[in-house]
Write a protein that binds this ligand. Structure first.
Ligand SMILES: Nc1ncnc2c1ncn2[C@@H]1O[C@H](COP(=O)(O)OP(=O)(O)OP(=O)(O)O)[C@@H](O)[C@H]1O
Ligand SMILES: [Mg+2]
Length: 167
């Protein structure tokens, strides 16, 4: 299983669009792909026709410290496209980020949980929020690769420099 995080703290640079489209292409090619929406804005969740406010379980549960990682398959939703799955997001993820700030090993929470998905998926794609906060740090720590979409603009280039330092 390969984990790829779509990251750039600059907003509106096509992180979500890239994650979704590449995930769809991989799924059509027969790979089993899990998308994780790690952005409280929930754009990827909405793209997959889920209403963020109405999802009973969401990516927040991966961070709550109560959910048993061995038994968290119920967080994975089908998308209607064969081989393509999603763990949807929720606006409450913004609160979750604040709550985990004081936890020890807070940057490794996803790494600990996602190893339990290893046998079920060929790829996990993580769509990050436009900040270099603890959620994005979790996505970087767990990733085999980071893809950073960017606009060909000076400010976008500057954001890549600080992202590289963070990585
Ligand atoms: N290749 C492209 N050409 C033109 N427009 C694009 C392209 N890719 C994405 N867009 C548009 O750019 C906008 C921002 O895309 P997207 O939501 O994927 O960015 P994002 O980096 O995920 O944003 P955010 O930081 O808010 O999460 C959307 O309106 C999208 O349709
Ligand atoms: Mg996005």
């Amino acid at each position: 299983m390969k984990i790829i995080s779509f990251t750039n703290q600059k907003g509106g640079v096509a992180k979500t669009t890239s994650a979704y489209n590449i995930a769809v292409l991989k799924a059509i090619a027969g790979k089993r792909v899990l998308m994780i929406d790690l952005d409280p804005q929930s754009s990827l969740t909405i793209l997959c026709n889920f209403m963020p406010a109405k999802t009973e379980f969401s990516v927040c549960n991966l961070f709550d410290g109560k959910t048993d990682p061995i038994d968290c398959g119920y967080l994975v939703k089908t998308t209607g496209l064969e081989n393509l799955y999603i763990v949807p997001s929720d606006i409450e993820l913004a609160e979750v980020e604040q709550n985990i700030t004081g936890r020890t090993a807070r940057e490794k929470i996803l790494k600990k949980v996602l190893k339990y998905f290893e046998e079920y998926f060929d790829y996990i794609f993580i769509d990050c929020p436009p900040q270099l906060g603890i959620l994005t740090t979790n996505a970087i720590v767990v990733a085999d690769k980071v893809i950073t979409p960017a606009k060909v603009k000076y400010l976008s280039y500057r954001s890549i420099r600080s992202l590289k330092r963070t990585i």
